[in-house]
Design a protein around this ligand. Structure first.
Ligand code: GRF
Length: 200
């Protein structure tokens, strides 16, 4: 399975996927890491593991579509079959989604459909929920919507800060994202009526 990763930040989810591949748990290879942030730690991690990477500057493109076309060109050139968004902080347009229907995964640090959008961990704290968590899903045209693949829950402690809760959730992200990609690589995921069936 040929994977392309889109990442804007430090890349710890990317790292967990790299580790899963290098340990043999995931039968796949990362063909390309694309970032819209030239300082992204994710680019450093790719280089360290001899994975092709590129910084694509959105400001270099007239429109969002031109920017996305550039990303798609790079991904198609590498025959990428699964696009993995790992802390990619831009919304993909319907144009991009159409290129890769049910071939784009995203991870979000909440138990969707609760707390979509930014600062999901803070949203959970502010609401006062006792259970939080993270979700891996197929991306669709919406924001943090699309068929849910895997979720993991964590306890919210009464004195939690956003940072402590985010760290507890991140530990689970690093478990469920590689697992979701392993299932996909082994062709064990099927989307039926907008719901994901795991054939394991
Ligand atoms: C993670 O919390 C993920 O849920 C969210 O952005 C963060 C990415 O972290 N989408 P990293 O760059 O993978 O460390």
């Amino acid at each position: 399975l040929k994977i392309g990763v889109l990442a804007s930040g430090r890349g710890t989810n990317l790292q967990s996927i790299i580790d899963g591949i290098e340990s043999g748990e995931i039968t796949a290879e990362i063909e390309l890491v694309i970032s819209d942030n030239e300082d992204a730690g994710a680019l450093e991690r790719a280089k360290k593991h001899n994975i092709d990477s590129c910084y694509i500057n959105p400001a270099d493109y007239e429109t969002d579509q031109d920017f996305e076309q550039e990303m798609v060109n790079n991904l198609k050139e590498k025959d990428v079959e699964l696009v993995v968004m790992a802390g990619f902080m831009r919304l993909l347009s319907p144009y991009f989604i159409r290129q890769y229907r049910h071939q784009i995964m995203n991870i979000h640090p909440s138990l969707l459909p609760a707390f979509k959008g930014l600062h999901a961990q803070k949203q959970a704290l502010d609401y006062g929920v006792k259970v939080a968590g993270c979700t891996v899903h197929f991306a669709d045209e919406g924001m943090d919507t699309g068929p849910i693949i895997l979720q993991a829950a964590v306890e919210v402690k009464w004195d939690d800060t956003e940072e402590r809760l985010a760290a507890r959730i991140l530990e689970q992200e690093h478990k469920i994202y590689p697992e979701a990609i392993r299932l996909y690589a082994e062709d064990k995921l099927e989307v039926i009526d907008g719901k994901v069936k795991i054939k394991e």
